[in-house]
Design a protein around this ligand. Structure first.
Ligand code: ATP
Ligand code: MG
Length: 387
C-alpha cells in the first residue's frame, strides 16, 4: 500500500467534549461541500483527525481548505503498511522530492501494537536516510525539514511540513445570525469574523433605489460572493429602504435621522431573524469611528430588538480592519465609490448622544408597523455563490 492522503488537524474542536462529534461531522460536511465540484474522493474521520484522499489536484484542494473554518492545519502525507520496511521505503520517496539539507525525524505511535517504539523508529529511519540518500545531515535543534511519522491502527503516515488552515469553528456549528451588510469596509470583515466562530450568517442589505444605484447593489453582491467562499452559498436579503427613509425625513427631527434609520434597520433585521430562526444580529459597528457609533447611540438602537447585537469589530482600530479586509479580498470591492443609503440623508449635526426617550417620542409620527410590513413585502432574496 502506498497512498497519498491529506491529513487535517482540527484543534479547538477536539476540546468540545461530547459535542465533538457534532462539530466534526459539520466540518466534514463543509469540507465535502467545498470540494464538491472536484474529482470524487474518500473523506474519512479517525481519532480526532480527518483524512482526505489526495489526487493530483492538491494545489486546488489546498486553496479550498484554507477557507474552511475549523481546520487548524493540514499536510500532504504518504500512507504505508505497518512495517518498518514499508515505512523506510516511503520515507525515501518523500525525502527524494526535497532538496538535500538538514532534517530531523519525529515519530508518534498511537498504535501501541506496533512493535517498535517511537524513539527507535525515529533513530532507525534517520539512519536509513543517511545511508541511502546523499547530502542530508541531521539537525535536531533547527532542522530545515521535519519528517513526521505517525503510526496509527490503519497504517503509518509520513509527511514533512504543514499548511496553516484558517482556524475557528466550522460554519453552521454555532447557530444562525443576520449580518447587516452595507457596501462599506467594516461589515464584510464583521461577517468574516462571525463565520469564523461558526455562525451561519444571512446577509441583509438596505438599498435606497433610485437614490442609490444598481452599481451599489452589485457591490454588495460582490462582497457576498467573497463571503460565500467560507460558507458555500451566501443568502442575501435586499431590502428596499427608500420609503422608510423618505418618511423619516418628512416626519422626524433631523438630528435623529441616523438613529431612527438604524432603529428601523434593526426592526427589519429582527423580523428576518425570526423568520430564519437566527439568534443574533451582526454589524460592522466600531466604537467611536463615526458620530453615530457611540455607546449612547448603540443603546438607543439596541432597544428595538431583544436579539443580541454582536459587533465583532467593536474594539478594532481602522487600520487593523483595513488589513483584515485586504486579507479577505473585500477591501478593493468596498472602496468602489458608490453611495450608501446612510450617507444620503446624513444630517449636518447628527445627535452623537441620542437620548432614548426623545428618540422614542420623535418616532411617534411614523407608522412603524406599516412601513416595516411594506418594506418586507418588497424584500428580495438572493442566493449568492462563489467567485
Ligand atoms: P461599514 O463600513 O460596514 O459600512 P461604517 O463604518 O460605514 O460601516 P455605518 O455606516 O455607521 O458605519 O454603519 C454601521 C453598520 O450598520 C455597518 O457596519 C452595517 O453593519 C450596518 N449598515 C449600515 N448601512 C447599511 C446598509 N445600507 N445595509 C445594511 N447594513 C448597513
Ligand atoms: Mg457604511
Amino acid at each position: 500500500m502506498q497512498e497519498k492522503w491529506i491529513l487535517v488537524r482540527m484543534g479547538e474542536i477536539s476540546l468540545k467534549g461530547k459535542n465533538r462529534y457534532i462539530f466534526e461531522d459539520i466540518l466534514i460536511k463543509n469540507i465535502k461541500d467545498s470540494l464538491a465540484d472536484l474529482e470524487d474522493r474518500e473523506i474519512e474521520k479517525a481519532y480526532g483527525r480527518i483524512y482526505i484522499e489526495a489526487k493530483d489536484d492538491f494545489k486546488e484542494v489546498s486553496e479550498r481548505l484554507k477557507n474552511v473554518f475549523g481546520i487548524v492545519s493540514f499536510s500532504l502525507a504518504v500512507k504505508t503498511d505497518l512495517n518498518m520496511e514499508a515505512i523506510e521505503k516511503s520515507v525515501l520517496r518523500v525525502m527524494a522530492e526535497l532538496d538535500a539539507s538538514t532534517f530531523k525525524v519525529d515519530c508518534r505511535r498511537p498504535n501501541k501494537k506496533f512493535p517498535v517504539k517511537s524513539p527507535d523508529i525515529s533513530r532507525q529511519v534517520g539512519g536509513y536516510i543517511l545511508k541511502n540518500l546523499s547530502g542530508w545531515k541531521v539537525d535536531i535543534h533547527n532542522p530545515q525539514h521535519l519528517l513526521e511519522i505517525e503510526v496509527r491502527d490503519e497504517g503509518a503516515y509520513i509527511y514533512t511540513g504543514s499548511v496553516p488552515g484558517p482556524g475557528g469553528l466550522p460554519v453552521r456549528s454555532t447557530g444562525k445570525g443576520i449580518l447587516l451588510l452595507s457596501g462599506g469596509i467594516d461589515s464584510p470583515v464583521a461577517g468574516y469574523l462571525g463565520m469564523k466562530r461558526g455562525v451561519e450568517l444571512i446577509g441583509l442589505h438596505f438599498h435606497s433605489f433610485p437614490f442609490t444605484s444598481q452599481r451599489s447593489k452589485e457591490k454588495v453582491i460582490d462582497l457576498s460572493k467573497e463571503l460565500s467562499k467560507y460558507c458555500g452559498t451566501f443568502k442575501l436579503y435586499v431590502n428596499h429602504f427608500t420609503e422608510i427613509q423618505k418618511e423619516i425625513r418628512k416626519k422626524c427631527p433631523e438630528k435623529f435621522y441616523v438613529t431612527i434609520m438604524r432603529r428601523m434597520m434593526f426592526r427589519i433585521a429582527h423580523r428576518i431573524a425570526q423568520k430564519e430562526g437566527a439568534l443574533a444580529i451582526f454589524t460592522g459597528e466600531n466604537l467611536g469611528q463615526v458620530a453615530s457609533q457611540t455607546l449612547e447611540s448603540m443603546r438607543a438602537i439596541n432597544e428595538v430588538t431583544d436579539y443580541p447585537v454582536l459587533r465583532p469589530l467593536i474594539t478594532m482600530d481602522k487600520q487593523e480592519i483595513i488589513r483584515m479586509a485586504e486579507k479577505i479580498n473585500t477591501y478593493e470591492i468596498s472602496i468602489r465609490p458608490y453611495e450608501d443609503c446612510c450617507t444620503l440623508f446624513l444630517p449636518k449635526y447628527p445627535a452623537t448622544k441620542p437620548n432614548v426617550e426623545s428618540v422614542r417620542q420623535s418616532e411617534e409620527e411614523l407608522d412603524i408597523e406599516r412601513l416595516i410590513e411594506e418594506s418586507l413585502e418588497k424584500t428580495e432574496v438572493l442566493q449568492v455563490k462563489g467567485v
